[in-house]
Design a binder for this molecule. Sequence first.
Ligand code: GDP
Ligand code: MG
Length: 163
Amino acid sequence: GKSLAGEKGKASERSFVMIKPDGVSRQLVGKIITRFEERGYKLVAVKSLTPSPALAKEHYIDLASRPFYKGLVDYITSGTPVVAMVWEGKDVIRQGRRIVGATNPQESDPGSVRGQYAVSVGRNLIHASDSFDSASKEIELWFAESELAEYKPTTWDWVMADN
Ligand code: GDP
Ligand code: MG
């Protein structure tokens, strides 16, 4: 059916963003959410959960052959919850990656979440979808369509204006 990531390049575009267990344990949830909120993106879904190994493995299936895959799955399923979210708005997938920063915090812009708060690639606090196809797959993997809210923030027309 229709992609849960909305329409690429339009205000309906959506990204899957997840605060990993270190972000929750380090009590950075509010600060991270605020970056997306203040930019003007719309919080369409949010839930806290401890992912099953099956869910974590599927989420990172493209990395299954990498040496850090098992450690990555152990990290995500540590028992400390993650905060799984869907954010919506124009260019949110690409801008979400910029807000999050480079994979290795040693290379992340200091203004990004990873560049401000993280040091280790294996504890880099946050995930964001890297493409429209990834966003579609990840939103479908983590959320039911019925969990995705439809509403318009009061700020929406000002923030998303395209003229
Ligand atoms: P991302 O899209 O920026 O999160 O990066 P990738 O999709 O390439 O990798 C997914 C996640 O795997 C990263 O966010 C890290 O948590 C982890 N990861 C990637 N590369 C390494 C590595 O070299 N060592 C370790 N320990 N973890 C890694
Ligand atoms: Mg990735």
